[in-house]
Design a protein around this ligand. Structure first.
Ligand code: 5AD
Ligand code: SF4
Length: 479
C-alpha cells in the first residue's frame, strides 16, 4: 500500500481511520530517503548509510513524501552548498508536519560535512532535525535514531576505531541494483591544508584503509557483477594503507592488487594532489591496462603567486611536469581539473595566467568555482577579497574556454571506435548507455543483456553531454 501525504489524509474527527493509519504506520515496512550533496564520497557514504539502515528494516525510497526517515548528506565546501541544506530543511519541516497530521512520524537526519562543521547551529536553526551526525560517525546511526526517540542528538566525534570496520557489507541484490560501476573509499581526510579548504577540518586527518579491507570490498563487488571501481579519497594519491605484513602500500601498489581481482576491468581514482603524483603511480598508468587513461588532477590556479597563497606547495611548472610525465608513459591519457577564480588577492595578471595554463594543457573537461570564503579557513581572513562581480566575469571567461575544449574533445571522438562499459538502458527504447575509457557517456542501440560487458562502439555524433554511437561488429564480449 502506498503511504505518505499523497494518500488521502485521515479526517480529524474520524477516529477509526486515524487508528488504522497509525496501525499501518507501525507495521508497514519503513522507508528511508537519502539526498546527497557534493562529492562522490558523499554518494559512497550515502550507500553505506543505506546498508546500515537496511539491517534496521529500512528500504530506500526515491520519494521523500513516503519516507519515515529523511537523511540529508551534506556538503560544506562552498557557501552555496551549505545554504542549500537549510532551504531543504525548511521544506522537510512542512512535510514532517503534513505527515504528522496524517498520523505518520518522520525522523530527520543531517549527515555529512555541514553536520560536522555546524552541528549545533543546525539544531538551533532547524527544529525539524532529530539527529546530526558527522561523516566519521554514521556507523552509529541506529543507536542515534534510538536515542532520538527521547531527545534530539548530535554526534560529530572523530572516533578512534575505524568506522569502516563497523559498516555492514551490502547485500548482493543491493550491489546489483547500484550497477556495474562502483565507488570504493580507500582514503579519507586531508593533511594538506590548502588555505581555502574546509576538508581538513570537516573530514579530519588523512586515514587510509588497510589493503585487505579494500580488496575484500572490491572482491565482493566483483562477485556481484561490478566491472569498474573508482577509488575515492579526498587526497587519494596520498594513500598509504597497511598490508597483511604491516608494510605500507601506496596507491600504485593498491591499484596493482585491485587489477588482479577477477572481473574488475576498469580502475579509476579521484581526487588527487599534484604533490603526491609519485613515480610509481605514473608507472602504474603505463603498466596497468585496467587503469583508465584519465586523470583528475586539480591545480586550482595558473599563477605561482596564488598557488603559494593557497598553500598548494607546488608551482605551475611542477604541475605541467607531472602531466607531461603521465602523458609520456600513457599518451592517450586525458586530464581534468578543478579551478578557483577570485581567490583573495588574485589580479587580472594572475587570472590571465590561469587562462594560459588551460590553453597549454587542453583539458577533456574541468570544474571551475568562484572562491567562497569558508569560516575557519585562513584565506577567509585574507585582505584583498575579490569583488563578486569580478569573480563572475572571470568564471564566465574561464568556463567559456573550458567548454570550448570539452566540446572539441567530444567531437574528436566522432569516427573513432572506442571501448564502452555498458552500464544501463539508454533514454530511448532499444538503447544502452555506458562510458568510454575517457569517461564520456555514450548511448547506442544494443540488446539489454550486454550490461556489464565492454563492447566496441563506433562514435557517430557528439551531443552536449554525451556521445552517440553504433555497436561495432563483432561485439567483443568481455566476461
Ligand atoms: N571556494 C571555492 N571552491 C572551493 N573548492 C574547495 N574549497 C573551495 C572554496 N572555499 C573547490 C576546489 C576543490 C573542489 C573540490 O572544490 O577547486 O578542488
Ligand atoms: Fe582541500 Fe584538496 Fe587542498 Fe586537501 S588537498 S585541503 S581536500 S583542496
Amino acid at each position: 500500500m502506498q503511504r505518505g501525504i499523497n494518500r488521502p489524509a485521515a479526517q480529524c474527527g474520524d477516529k477509526t481511520t486515524r487508528m488504522l493509519t497509525e496501525e499501518t504506520a507501525k507495521h508497514a515496512e519503513k522507508r528511508v530517503y537519502v539526498k546527497s550533496y557534493g562529492c562522490q564520497m558523499n554518494v559512497y557514504d550515502a550507500e553505506r548509510m543505506t546498508d546500515i539502515l537496511d539491517k534496521e528494516g529500512y528500504r530506500p525510497t526515491e520519494r521523500v513524501e513516503d519516507a519515515d526517515l529523511v537523511i540529508l548528506n551534506t556538503c560544506h565546501i562552498r557557501e552555496k552548498a551549505a545554504e542549500k541544506v537549510y532551504s531543504e530543511l525548511g521544506r522537510i519541516r512542512e512535510l514532517k508536519a503534513e505527515r504528522l497530521a496524517a498520523g505518520l512520524s518522520t525522523r530527520v537526519v543531517v549527515a555529512g560535512c555541514v553536520a560536522q562543521a555546524e552541528g549545533k547551529e543546525i539544531l538551533r536553526r532547524a527544529p525539524a532535525v532529530d539527529v546530526v551526525v558527522g561523516p566519521q560517525s554514521y556507523q552509529n546511526l541506529p543507536a542515534l535514531l534510538a536515542r532520538a526517540e527521547k531527545s534530539r542528538v548530535i554526534d560529530t566525534e572523530f572516533p578512534v576505531d575505524d568506522k569502516f570496520d563497523a559498516l555492514p557489507a551490502p547485500t548482493q541484490a543491493r550491489i546489483q541494483s547500484r550497477g556495474v560501476s562502483a565507488f570504493v573509499t580507500v582514503q579519507e581526510g586531508c593533511d594538506k591544508f590548502c588555505t581555502f579548504c574546509v576538508v581538513p577540518y570537516t573530514r579530519g586527518a588523512e586515514v587510509s584503509r588497510p589493503v585487505a579491507a579494500v580488496l575484500a570490498e572490491v572482491e565482493r563487488l566483483a562477485q556481484s557483477g561490478v566491472r569498474e571501481v573508482t577509488l575515492l579519497g579526498q587526497n587519494v594519491n596520498a594513500y598509504h594503507g597497511l598490508d597483511a605484513s604491516g608494510a605500507t602500500v601506496n596507491l600504485a601498489g593498491l591499484i596493482v592488487a585491485i587489477a588482479s581481482v577477477p572481473g574488475i576491468a576498469r580502475i579509476r581514482y579521484t581526487t588527487s594532489h599534484p604533490l603526491d603524483m609519485d613515480p610509481s603511480l605514473a608507472e602504474a598508468h603505463r603498466t596497468i591496462p585496467a587503469l583508465m587513461p584519465y586523470l583528475h588532477l586539480p591545480v586550482q590556479s595558473g599563477s605561482d603567486r596564488i598557488l603559494a597563497a593557497m598553500n598548494r606547495n607546488h608551482t605551475v611548472a611542477d604541475y605541467l611536469r607531472a602531466l607531461d610525465h603521465i602523458r609520456s608513459l600513457r599518451p592517450d591519457t586525458v586530464f581534468t581539473s578543478d579551478f578557483i577564480v577570485g581567490f583573495p588577492g588574485e589580479t587580472d595578471e594572475d587570472f590571465a595566467a590561469t587562462l594560459r595554463l588551460v590553453e597549454t594543457v587542453v583539458y577533456a573537461s574541468a570544474y571551475s568555482f568562484k572562491y567562497s570564503p569558508r569560516p575557519g579557513t585562513p584565506a577567509a581572513d585574507l585582505p584583498d577579497q575579490v569583488p563578486e562581480s569580478v569573480k563572475d566575469e572571470r568564471l564566465q571567461a574561464l568556463q567559456a574556454v573550458i567548454t570550448r575544449q570539452q566540446r572539441a574533445f567530444q567531437e574528436s571522438q566522432i569516427g573513432q571506435i572506442v571501448d564502452v562499459l555498458v552500464e544501463k538502458p539508454g533514454r530511448r527504447p532499444g538503447q544502452m548507455a555506458g562510458k568510454t575509457p575517457h569517461l564520456l557517456a555514450t548511448a547506442f542501440d544494443a540488446p539489454a543483456d550486454l550490461i556489464g560487458q565492454i563492447v566496441s562502439v563506433e562514435i557517430t555524433a557528439a551531443l552536449t553531454n554525451s556521445l552517440i554511437g553504433r555497436l561495432h561488429q563483432p561485439v567483443r564480449k568481455s566476461a
